[in-house]
Design a protein around this ligand. Sequence first.
Ligand SMILES: Nc1nc2c(c(=O)[nH]1)N[C@H]1C(S)=C(S)[C@@H](COP(=O)(O)OP(=O)(O)OC[C@H]3O[C@@H](n4cnc5c(=O)[nH]c(N)nc54)[C@H](O)[C@@H]3O)O[C@H]1N2
Ligand SMILES: Nc1nc2c(c(=O)[nH]1)N[C@H]1C(S)=C(S)[C@@H](COP(=O)(O)OP(=O)(O)OC[C@H]3O[C@@H](n4cnc5c(=O)[nH]c(N)nc54)[C@H](O)[C@@H]3O)O[C@H]1N2
Ligand code: SF4
Ligand SMILES: [Mo]
Length: 718
Amino acid sequence: MEVLGETICPYCGVGCRLRLEGDRQQGRPHVARIRGVETAAANLGGICAKGAQLGPTLDTPDRLTRPQLRLSRHDEFRPADWDTALAYVAEVFTNILHTHGPGAVAFYGSGQLDTETAYLATKLFKGHLGCNNTDSNSRLCMAAAVAGYRSSLGSDGPPCCYDDIDEADLVLVMGSNMAEAHPVTFDRLRAARKRRPDLRLVVVDPRRTATAKAADLHLPVAPGGDIALLNALGRLLLLQDAFDEPFVARHTNGFAEYRRFLLAQDPGELRAAAGVSEADLARCARLIAAARAFLSFYCMGLNQSTVGMWKNNSLINLHLLTGQIGKPGAGPFSLTGQPNAMGGREAGLLSHQLPGYRTVEDPEHRAAVEAAWGRAPGSIDPKPGLTAVEMFRALEKGQLQAIWIAATNPAVSLPDLHQVHRGLACARLVVVSDAYHPTETTRRADVLLPAAQWGEKAWTSTNSERTISHSPQLFDPPGEALPDWQIVARFARILGYDGFSYSSNAEVWDEFIRLTAGRPCDMAGVTSARLRAEDSVQWPCPSPDHAGSKRRYLDRRFATPDGRANFLPRDHREPREPPDHEFPFVLTTGRLYAHWHTLTRTGKAEKLVRREPAPFVEVHPDDAERLGLRDGELGQLSSRRGTIQLPVRVSDGVVPGMLFVPFHWGDLFGEGNAANYLTISAIGRVAKQPELKFCAVNLEKVMTGAEVVPTPAALCGR
Ligand SMILES: Nc1nc2c(c(=O)[nH]1)N[C@H]1C(S)=C(S)[C@@H](COP(=O)(O)OP(=O)(O)OC[C@H]3O[C@@H](n4cnc5c(=O)[nH]c(N)nc54)[C@H](O)[C@@H]3O)O[C@H]1N2
Ligand SMILES: Nc1nc2c(c(=O)[nH]1)N[C@H]1C(S)=C(S)[C@@H](COP(=O)(O)OP(=O)(O)OC[C@H]3O[C@@H](n4cnc5c(=O)[nH]c(N)nc54)[C@H](O)[C@@H]3O)O[C@H]1N2
Ligand code: SF4
Ligand SMILES: [Mo]
């Protein structure tokens, strides 16, 4: 057995560094063991079951190894060479661009693309095709956090680092099931609590998750009740004079308005909307008031909502009120979901963004980027493009005609899947670059492009705590698969553009970091050469001799024009789909420890599948009894958008009136039976993030012998 090399884990945003051991045969590895690297700051030797079980996911029979093409969706795919496949895509794109303009094409990428690819896709689509319909699945994930940080603090990007766990004496985990979704960071928190019993943990989650079970105080917030809860806490702190007056006076704007807003609220109404008792609220406020260093972790329970940005603002308000930001052990720490959702944001892969945390709306930002790319002034469209959910609606309406989907599986992960299928069915051209085929999305494509994944390419990523790492290529890609950045660059050259001839990912990286110089996410000092010599560097890092920055805002100058952070009072009365007579339950969706998203990889690791072999719906014992449903029996769930059937798991982990369904299992595991056939595609006004954590559904018992729900075929409505 030999050491095959080290890589950053391709799963979650913790960004663990892993060491692979095994043998190599004809360029391909046989991975015998994977371990966490002890010296890596992100994991200190830690690893979870998903990282440890990466080996069996590499050489599965469904790896996509050659480009494939079909001229009609009724045909089978046929293998094609790279030039033929990309020339075909170029021909259809050019045709559509000439007749309908850049608004009719789109690139839908992912927080699982490396930074090099996110940058080149942005450069090609926004800079050269004039097409801002260049978004990513981070829209379903981090968009509210991006908008929240930007509006409250002046810039995206978490101010904190993992070491803050060791400095904090109060940790609030809100809308995050860290124990399952960021397990290695949660292990670190657990270990810190063992060493320092005075480190308090409060968890705010409507479900009694593994994370909540570890808490000193679990606040089972009503689904969607977070703003009411945070406002109630802010109000208590104000009334008890438990706020940091000098900090508020020197470093913030909008305090008077925030104070007026909170004092005008009816505390009883706030408590009712939050669904939390007066005693629990008071206890939580006391803990915050007494904390020397107060750190909060938050994730999809705050972000995946039409008011996700407002939830983010409301939490940041509490940190500003108490001066718990810009010092060790304190601050609002948004946990990043995907391994490189951070890098995607830095490179500009959301439809309103440009590289270096710039935006398309800002004329100076556009001019700087156009100049760097050698493009004529006015090349970049000043209007933000379509976002994830909007793209699939536009496909159905015929406004969008061609879409390139990369490193995401929207036919499982987007809300309202019947609509997504109609959108894909209407598209003239669907291109998918993926590492596997079939997936629920590749099945609906015209052109398939085989991507080399982690281990098979050299790539760069940024984790949750702003740490940039380079992962070297460890073995050959299977067949003709290519790194995503090379696929995009090759396509750009076929379209006839200069400026896409790179000999390595290092060259792409060094071009990209020049565009971050002087920006909040300054990584100009993190050159490709340095990343190959040092394990990792944390931005901001403006020059090669700069050591990198563990924390931001230590000088308490925020990224706003006047350096002050903004209090943003937010009303808790949020628009959503309320339960009613016909659909009396609230459905929430999310993740399980053993699986990653749409199962294209974890679904093939036997040890993980044994832990969680099949989908289910979690139902409170009272509801189950009322409906005559016993554990393991089949329940039928319906919403205004679809119907699915799942075995029932009776558990008091959910409150009465609430159901939980993991979203991992798509059509390949049961045609028409995924969680997202039920969810609603309503999106927030600013962040445009969909409401994946709340919709109204009905649950009933399926009588044996009952007819199985038919899945309507996706029809093009035009
Ligand atoms: N095992 C595993 N780990 C993963 C992933 C995976 O697929 N599998 N995916 C990664 C990605 S991309 C992401 S984005 C992260 C997501 O990580 P998390 O956000 O931690 O995971 P989720 O299960 O989506 O949702 C978190 C919690 O939000 C709660 N919640 C629902 N509604 C509300 C509400 O209104 N308020 C509050 N306060 N809480 C609510 C749910 O009960 C759930 O426990 O995980 C990353 N890590
Ligand atoms: N109901 C519900 N829906 C949700 C969520 C929820 O909580 N509830 N969470 C949302 C969130 S936060 C997220 S992030 C999304 C995730 O949803 P998706 O992004 O759709 O999920 P994945 O299964 O990770 O899809 C990644 C795809 O990329 C492929 N792939 C892997 N490596 C590579 C590579 O190197 N290159 C290329 N080109 N392809 C590769 C994989 O095979 C897979 O098909 O789901 C969202 N959807
Ligand atoms: S905690 Fe996240 S990054 Fe670390 S091994 Fe597990 S999935 Fe990979
Ligand atoms: Mo995510």
